[in-house]
Every structure is written in C-alpha cells, then in structure tokens.
Design a protein around this ligand. Sequence first.
Ligand code: ADP
Ligand code: MG
Length: 275
Amino acid sequence: MRPPFSAHVLRCNDDSTNLQVGTPREDTMNSPLIRVHDLWKIYALGDVEVEALRGVTLDIQAGQLVAIMGASGSGKSTFMNILGCLDRPTRGTYQLHGTDISGLTADERATLRNREVGFVFQSFNLIARTSAVENVELPLYYGDTPLAEQRPRALAALAAVGLAGREHHLPNQLSGGQQQRVAIARALVTQPSLLLADEPTGNLDSETSREIMQLVRRLNREQHLTVVLVTHEVDISAWADRVITFRDGRVVSDVQQEMRHGDAQSRRGPEAAPA
Ligand code: ADP
Ligand code: MG
C-alpha cells in the first residue's frame, strides 16, 4: 500500500513503545525546543531569486502553543518546512532539541523529523478506504515499533483525541472534525516533541474549529507538547500563548498572550469561552 503523500513524513524511528498520554516530558521542560538564528531561505527560480525568509531569529520554548500569522507569501510555509526538517535554510542556523539541522544529511534530517515532529494539514490527508485505526498505525508501520505494539498504541492515540468507538470507520464515514482528530492522532502516535499544523482548521466550520483547538490546547497542556500552527483567523490565534506575525520573510510582531481559552474553560466551563 502506498500512501498518497510522501512516506518519509510517516516513517518513524521512535523506539519507545507506550503512548504516555498526560505525562509531561521532563527532558523538554524549561528549555527552548526551537532555536532559530538569522534564518534565510532564498529560492532560485531561473535567474530570479526569491527571498522567502530574510533573517528570522527566535526561540520557542518547549510546551508553548505558537500561532504564526501573516499574509499569503509572507514565508509561513517556508518557515514551517524548515522547522519540520523538510527543508534546509540557505543561511542561518536552526537547532531542534539541541541538534543543528544545517549540518545534517537528508537521511539524518529524516531520522530527526521522524523522531521529533508530527504534521497536521488543512486537508487532513487521510488515506481513503483505510480505517481510522489503520491510518493512525501507519507511522508506526513505517518505523520500528514492534508489530504487537502498533494496534494498542494506535487505539490509545485515537482514544486520546476522543475517537474511541470510531476506530473502524473509514474517512468518508467521519465528519471533517473527526477526520482532523484522526490526523492529530496519527501525528502524535509516535510521541513527537513538536506538532506542526498548517491551517489545521482551514476546512472546518467555526464550532468544529473550536473543538479542534480545544483538543490541541489540551494535548499541548497535558503532554507538554510544543505546537506551532499557521492560521489566518484571529479566533484560532486567540488559543495560542504567543502570536508571531510574518511579513515579507521577516517577523514583524511577536506577542505573548495572556488570554488563554483552555485556561478560561477549565475555570468557567466551555460555555464561558469567548468565540
Ligand atoms: P506563505 O506560506 O506565507 O503563503 P510561502 O512560504 O509559501 O508563504 O512563500 C514565501 C515566498 O516564497 C513566496 O514569494 C513564494 O512564492 C516563494 N516560494 C515558496 N516556495 C517556493 C519554491 N519552492 N520555489 C520558489 N519560490 C517559492
Ligand atoms: Mg503557506
């Protein structure tokens, strides 16, 4: 079976065997997971050079939920691709969990990516005619998780996103929000330290978007999971600890937010959450 998207994103070299839902990751606490210094990405298009990133410097602490905003073409996806070790900067340095990406070969980057990063996309990217649990098992199948561990871990990941009882549904038997939950379970089944999401709610209505953000926020808090997500919507960025805005390949604002939906909800209950 060939997935309809690049298999290297799904391969996993994770040797841990149990999904630790709700357990903080001690090793990543209180240190920057991401360190980016004077990052440039220049694409060569024939004779023309496009400066997609022009000197981005920032740290992201482990456990932060960060929203990236900015107009189309401002460099958000280029930045996410580098954070996800899918691409390398032209200049500058990127350290993920203490490892400098610039010095790695493509294979080494793939290994680091498989261990550290989970991806969620706007269009879910589930495999059609393949059940929810089989979709979630795929990254384990491509890695070296023992066969006997794969099903229990996938089931635990589905339960963690609120999909117990839907394990054998096919993607087209699930709502958009449920499909995105499957995609989140698939991204997290390998226990990455970083979840990257490019417009994860872009195809969802506002109520479903709120539920997905509630889930992402809970996973972020319970598992000390670092989340970087791209969004165009202020309602979505309102869930973040921090909002970074790009313009023309540069960071033009970087704001820590006091207001936290998740915290507000745990204090006052879901009804009291701002829209
Ligand atoms: P955003 O995600 O914010 O819309 P991108 O990071 O996709 O922005 O693109 C930033 C700039 O880099 C744009 O001008 C875009 O056209 C250009 N760009 C992105 N990817 C490539 C590529 N593979 N080759 C050439 N130019 C690219
Ligand atoms: Mg983009």
